[in-house]
Design a protein around this ligand. Structure first.
Ligand SMILES: O=C(O)CCC(=O)c1ccccc1C(=O)O
Ligand SMILES: [Mg+2]
Length: 338
């Protein structure tokens, strides 16, 4: 079999949200990125996706395009035989996590396709473990009115969701609290509720607010305080009862190690796009699990190529909690493979 790469191309996409996504960090109305397409000399074709998101430690869209242009030339005639080859090839791309995610994914999909196995099986064959055919997922409710939040929650429950994630951390904590209370009273006590403050509070405010939210039986809170303040995050963790999930604080393995060292979190959110691909995300998962931290895999709201990859990544790991992979319906239009 000829393993050499014959061509690399990439095509920009822009996907609109069906309705704007309201978080503590502002409103998201669309996502932009690139679909990467690779052919090898054996006529195998595979796809990857690169979609940088502002505020999650990723490069700009222009930088992503620049890095992809370089790979378009440098990958030609390179032989990719296994996962180590891919890790070696992309070792120096850590400042461009979205581009790295995209190229890495296209190459991993190429390997999986040649071997006629799923991406999750490819990961398990390389890293060990087993493929978990069922991955539990959560639905997301934005920072909307209590009435709307309760209605959306009921609709998600009717669809079969058993775990809801609600955005909080806005300027208006009374509204945050009412939103979560309205959902809890709508869905009863059998449904899991987790919340995400997206860095919206300072340390003292976080502690006070979480003490009030605790009565609503909260599974965990994502990123209550600013990403860089691990001592503050640790203080929030020690000063109230809701478990803490580090999200924006973990954009690479060094930052994860810092979270572990400072005992700043009970669990960690792994976003393959922000971490620079599912191989690095897998290393992060291993590191976190060894340190006794639970893990949750989420997308950054991407097209279907990256969503499929995140699902396959999650399926390759022993995950005890629902993952944030139910994000496809937020985007109005489907992606073209180019
Ligand atoms: O976790 C989920 O269910 C969906 C993913 C999500 O909320 C998200 C999506 C894009 C950017 C940031 C975040 C976040 O978790 O903060
Ligand atoms: Mg989050």
């Amino acid at each position: 079999m000829n393993l050499a790469i014959q061509s690399v191309s990439f095509q920009p996409y822009r996907l609109s949200f069906r309705e704007p996504w309201q978080t503590a960090r502002g409103i998201l109305s669309h996502r932009e990125g690139f679909v990467i397409k690779i052919f090898d000399r054996n006529h195998h074709m595979s796809l990857g996706e690169a979609a940088p998101l502002d505020g999650f430690g990723m490069e700009s869209l222009a930088e992503t395009a620049e890095v992809l242009s370089k790979f378009q030339k440098s990958l030609i005639d390179v032989e990719i035989g296994n996962v180590q080859d891919i890790e070696g090839l992309l070792r120096d791309c850590d400042r461009n996590p979205a581009a790295k995610h995209g190229v890495e994914l296209a190459l991993l999909n190429l390997l999986a396709q040649r071997q006629n196995i799923s991406l999750s099986q490819l990961l398990v064959n390389h890293f060990g473990g087993t493929v978990h055919p069922d991955v539990a997922i959560n639905a997301v409710i934005g920072a909307i009115s209590p009435q709307l939040a309760a209605a959306k929650a009921q609709a998600y429950i009717n669809q079969g969701y058993r775990c809801l994630k609600i955005k909080v951390g806005t300027q208006d904590f009374v509204a945050d609290l009412q939103r979560v209370a309205a959902v809890r009273s709508q869905v009863g006590n059998q449904i899991q509720i987790r919340i995400d403050a997206n860095q919206g509070w300072d340390v003292e405010t976080a502690i006070a607010n979480l003490q009030k939210l605790a009565a609503l039986d909260i599974e965990y809170v994502e990123q209550p305080v600013i990403a860089s303040d691990l001592a503050g995050l640790a203080r929030v963790k020690q000063s109230q009862s809701i478990p803490i999930a580090a999200d924006e604080s973990v954009n690479n393995l060094a930052q994860l190690q810092q979270v572990i060292n400072t005992q700043a979190a009970d669990l960690v959110i792994l976003k393959p796009m922000a971490l620079g691909g599912i191989l690095t995300a897998h290393h992060a998962a291993t590191l976190a699990l060894k340190a006794g931290l639970d893990i949750v895999v989420t997308t950054t709201i991407e097209g279907e190529i990256a969503r499929q990859a995140a699902l396959n990544f999650a399926a390759s790991l022993p995950i005890q909690r629902a993952c944030g992979l139910a994000t496809g319906h937020f985007l109005a239009t489907a992606q073209s493979a180019g």
